[in-house]
Design a protein around this ligand. Structure first.
Ligand SMILES: [Zn+2]
Length: 650
């Protein structure tokens, strides 16, 4: 789900890429603002914890939902048949999660009505006339109807209209499936397959998960029959109903391989929807390549339009309140991360949302590496560091705002993946993620943070306990104080001091990117900073003008200060004129002190051009540099333990 995409201030970085933006012909400033400034709110957000009341006494095999929906009515009526297998012998009752607002008419088991009780804590208890056998398959059907709980507070089933035409939809994540159907909404038992059969007035169509098996009009009604044959949690089962225009097309993965795309959009929106959805051509190749071919290729992918402000990744058929590049990429990414591997607890929700957010960034990286990828990372880092605390791990799942916190679950979750990639390298990172999503024990199942960690440790050979402790369970981010200088041999000296924004972590072990500029060129070096106050001497062979900390926002960090440690002696050792022309002398001035020193002149390749012995008592010297060819040079004076460096242009 994509909610609350933060507004961004494009700032300096955006301006510097303005020219490229025009050249890309795909985006302009207005468009980017539309994408990232959509204040997306999901109507599911409630303020109370709504746990499952269902004891884990049986395995759900399948559900068949037969629903009657007229989107002009805020009402739901239907039946849900559940195939299940008891875990133990002698089971004589089972439970479902179902809102107390909905009325159960009857429960049928083996062609007989059986006793049931609706519980005020949103439970449905069904009593069987005889004890059931372990490992045997049974079916039970619940007939129910009623006015669902008010969706603005609780989510679930909702209705609205577009151009005066009604639309109905469902939105269950995380705790609202029970507001429209009897289910087991805990994250411990995926449904092996699900059928959704929706009967509507004939002017409407219903979209849902999986394959459209049939759509028949009978008298004043239309019946849409969908079937999804992959394991699915209750919160990803969905439908929506309106006077949809339906467009289908194929996206080709290879000359012999393609995927059916189904767009269920309002007639007045279809051209916009198709214009936006075509961008999936830039997304599927990346996702297929890095994370394995689209997991539900045998069925389809599609979007069904509805009126909530955001998107929701219902398996094979995302519900969309808005259509834009980022949200399309985000919901599509969830088909791998969220739907194929699903967080085992809501504490682990970053395994859904951090991944979907990072994959959206990766779409920019692969399609617009010098433009939107840089903007995207900058925005994430600015957003994450806008507050000092907060962990990626959800410490309070009773607070749904915390579960879906945009700064922590989405942005920080995404950047934690990016920094992990910087830490262990592309090869180990992508192979580890691939193994994680293809692990037979995890694929189409539930996953934990520990499962991900184990796969990344296996491919990298690195114990990542420190990393997960710092960045998933710990809070905050590092501040860096950096000192640097260039040595006589042109090697670069750095000293990194770190403080942290939150007391839960005293030091973040991270690779720190530093960009070194020389004569209009630059190179990026990574300092593997493992202790506070660590010093580095990095071999270098050209004269550096300046250095920039974290230039592409690859780490979540802030800079406290960066200084060249020559600065102090800048005023004490003056050089002029600069540049120095033919026939002119270079003049050096310093505070007269006793003793001698050596002045060495180097070219940008580090080759010594001349060496002069001087008497420091003089306080000045003039040197002819006529014999030097034009270019940049370095003048170093060594006095005692101090090295003073000046650059000049001849
Ligand atoms: Zn999401």
């Amino acid at each position: 789900m994509k909610k609350k995409i933060f507004c961004i201030i494009l700032g300096v970085l955006f301006l510097s890429f303005h020219v490229q933006a025009q050249q890309s012909l795909v985006y302009d400033a207005q468009r980017l603002e539309e994408i990232v400034c959509s204040e997306l709110k999901s109507s599911i957000l409630s303020t109370g914890y709504q746990p499952s009341i269902v004891p884990h006494t049986y395995d759900i095999v399948n559900h068949t939902l037969k629903l009657e929906v007229d989107p002009s009515q805020f009402y739901i009526k239907g039946s849900v048949k559940t195939g299940f297998i008891p875990f133990t012998n002698g089971l004589n009752e089972i439970y479902f999660d179902l809102s107390f607002n909905l009325f159960v008419d009857s429960v049928i088991f083996q062609n007989q009505s059986v006793l049931f009780t609706q519980l005020s804590n949103d439970g449905l208890k069904i009593d069987f006339p005889t004890a059931l056998n372990v490992s045997q398959y049974y079916e039970v059907t619940v007939y129910y109807q009623g006015v669902p709980p008010t969706p603005s507070v609780l989510g679930g089933f909702d209705t609205s209209s577009h151009q005066g035409v009604p639309v109905a939809w469902t939105l269950s994540q995380p705790y609202a499936a029970k507001y429209w159907w009897p289910c087991k909404q805990s994250l411990n038992d995926k449904i092996d397959s699900v059928e959704v059969i929706v009967k509507t007035p004939a002017i409407y169509r219903a979209g849902s998960n999986g394959v459209l098996l049939s759509e028949t009009v009978s008298g004043p009604y239309r019946i849409s029959h969908w079937k999804h044959r992959y394991p699915i949690p209750a919160y990803l089962v969905a439908f929506s109903v309106s006077n949809y225009d339906v467009q289908t097309y194929y996206i080709h993965f290879s000359p012999t391989d393609s995927l059916l795309i189904m767009e269920y959009a309002y007639p007045e929106s279809m051209s916009t929807v198709l214009n936006e959805s075509v961008n999936m051509n830039q997304m599927f190749p990346l996702y297929n390549d890095k994370f394995g071919v689209y997991p539900f290729k045998n069925e389809k992918y599609g979007h069904m339009q509805c009126n909530f402000g955001g998107g929701m990744e219902h398996t094979t058929m995302s519900s969309m309140g808005v259509y834009g590049y980022e949200i399309i990429a985000h919901e599509l990414a969830h088909q791998w991360f969220g739907n194929t591997v699903t967080c085992k607890t809501w504490d682990d929700i970053w395994l859904n949302e951090g991944f979907a957010t990072y994959l959206t960034g990766m779409v920019y990286e692969y399609n617009f590496p010098n433009l939107w990828w840089l903007v995207w990372k900058k925005n994430q880092v600015n957003y994450i560091t806008s507050q000092p605390g907060g962990s990626v791990w959800v410490d309070d799942t009773t607070d749904i705002w915390r579960i879906f916190d945009g700064r922590l679950t989405y942005s920080k979750g995404a950047m934690v993946l990016h920094m992990l990639r910087m830490t262990i390298g592309d090869s180990a990172f992508f192979q580890g993620i691939y193994n994680y999503i293809h692990d037979p024990a995890l694929r189409f199942n539930y996953v934990s943070t520990a499962d991900l960690k184990q796969h990344l440790e296996a491919t990298s050979g690195v114990d990542l306990t420190y990393y997960f402790n710092d960045w998933i369970y710990g809070q905050g981010f590092p501040y860096y104080d950096i000192q640097w200088t260039q040595n006589l041999d042109l090697s670069l000296y750095f000293k990194l001091n770190q403080t942290t924004s939150h007391p839960s972590i005293s030091f973040f072990k991270l690779p720190v990117p530093i960009q070194c500029w020389f004569s209009g060129n630059d190179t990026l070096i990574w300092l593997w900073n493992t202790t506070n106050g660590e010093e580095f001497n990095i071999p270098f062979n050209v004269l550096v003008d300046s250095v920039v900390f974290n230039p592409f926002n690859d780490i979540v960090a802030k800079l406290s200060s960066i200084q060249s440690i020559n600065n102090e002696s800048e005023t004490l050792f003056q050089l002029w004129p600069n540049p120095v022309r033919e026939g002119e002398f270079i003049h050096l001035n310093w505070m007269p002190v006793s003793g001698n020193a050596q002045i060495t002149c180097l070219d940008v390749q580090g080759k010594i051009c001349f060496i002069k012995e001087i008497d420091l008592n003089n306080g000045q010297i003039a040197i002819s540099v006529d014999e030097l060819s034009s270019g940049m040079y370095l003048l170093q004076m060594i006095t005692g333990d101090k090295v003073v460096v000046r650059k000049f242009i001849r």
